[in-house]
Design a protein around this ligand. Structure first.
Ligand code: SF4
Length: 374
């Protein structure tokens, strides 16, 4: 087994350079299918023997995406489209796009005209999850996705193969939750940037491979004495907490991350696929079980309640709300989140997350002030 810094550096490299992983899998003769945020049935891609790879954009000042995406679309969708139009996702056999918010409605059309060489598989998760038929509808949607993936893979995807992939994904979820707990006992080693890299790298690696690496990290952490952190502790909430500079600012100010409600991180791992008889129905059941997420319609207090619980359980001093610029659903939830956390005695600060700039100057000033208030 490699040593801990080496293991962490490997996942940092994966998180920083997904393109290298794409090249690696293609060189192994594997087909790779892009999975847009936030929730795609990646298990179906996995069951087809292909590699599901997250499509999360990146820091770029768009030069061509403006042809098809307005300036007021969220910055993550603009950067995804920009990268697609510039050929950065070349090699993907297709992309799966869940139409979870209004930005996606425009994006699906923009992708079809702007990135003609990568076919789009779109699906819709029912937002009214309480009506009869919601689960059946989604299982049928997943059936259509499965058929399209079978065409790409060149073979059928068996029920047993999906069951096997579901087991791998549920086990991976448990491993990442275990990592999050272990990280809190070693905040000197697991800096905000490293925590983020371990979680983000999951999007770009085959899940059993990633789980094995994270399990080794957890074992190595267990060999270390528990660290008594003397700095401040926070919980992050939002879509993503990037770029890396932002996380470096936290470390510079002796702020540790002890929990997150980020779409790119823990929202991916906190809801397992439930037991059941039919694999597509089980996948649909996972969507019906998701909660406390800005793209899930439900009672409005669910997310603030979860963030407060997370903060209290992990003795956080405050909450950092990472607000993706031009993300309607996150902006809509912000006022209640800020008010409810304040009522619970948790100070919060709102940081703009904008993939169109590398400049984190404003965030630095806000975080420096925030840490003085804690
Ligand atoms: S949920 Fe927000 S960040 Fe995600 S695609 Fe929709 S608008 Fe963009």
């Amino acid at each position: 087994m490699a040593d801990l810094p080496e293991m962490l550096a490997e996942l940092q490299s994966v998180a920083d350079s997904p393109k290298k992983m794409l090249a690696k899998y293609l060189a192994q003769g594997k087909k790779v299918v892009g999975c847009f945020p936030i929730y795609t049935p990646a298990e179906l891609v996995h069951a087809a023997g292909m590699i599901p790879m997250g499509v999360w954009g990146g820091q770029v000042n768009p030069s061509v995406a403006g042809q098809y995406a307005p300036i007021f679309i969220c910055s993550i969708m603009r950067s995804c489209l920009e990268f697609g139009m510039l050929g950065k996702y070349k090699g993907l056999s297709a992309v799966i796009m869940p139409i979870l918010c209004d930005s996606f409605r425009g994006m699906s059309g923009a992708w079809r005209v702007g990135v003609k060489d990568i076919p789009l598989i779109a699906l819709i998760q029912p937002q009214n999850r309480e009506v009869d038929g919601a689960r059946e509808f989604l299982a049928a949607e997943y059936g259509v996705v499965k058929e399209k993936l079978e065409e790409i893979a060149g073979h059928k995807i068996s029920g047993d193969a999906i069951e096997n992939s579901i087991a791998i994904y549920n086990s991976h979820n448990a491993t990442l939750r275990e990592f999050a707990r272990a990280a809190n006992r070693h905040l000197d080693v697991i800096t905000p940037k490293i925590r983020h890299a371990v979680m983000k790298s999951a999007h770009f690696m085959e899940k059993a491979e990633h789980a094995a690496k994270v399990k080794d990290i957890v074992l190595k952490l267990a060999e270390l004495p528990e660290h008594k952190w003397t700095g401040r502790k926070v919980v992050l909430t939002g879509i993503t907490a990037e770029p890396g500079d932002l996380l470096d600012i936290l470390a510079e100010n002796k702020i540790a991350v002890v929990g997150d409600d980020l779409a790119q991180e823990s929202r991916q791992f906190r809801t397992d696929i439930p037991a059941g008889q039919d694999p597509l129905d089980r996948l649909a059941g996972q969507w019906l079980s998701r909660s406390a997420c800005s793209v899930v319609h439900e009672k409005t207090s669910a997310r603030p309640d979860l963030v407060i619980k997370l903060a209290k359980e992990n003795r956080a001093d405050g909450v950092i709300i990472c607000l993706m610029s031009f993300c309607d659903v996150e902006e809509y939830e912000y006022p209640l989140l800020a008010k409810t956390t304040a009522q619970a005695g948790l100070p919060s600060v709102c940081i703009d997350i904008d993939q169109s700039t590398e400049n984190s100057g404003q965030a630095r000033t806000k975080l420096q002030t925030f840490v003085e208030m804690l």
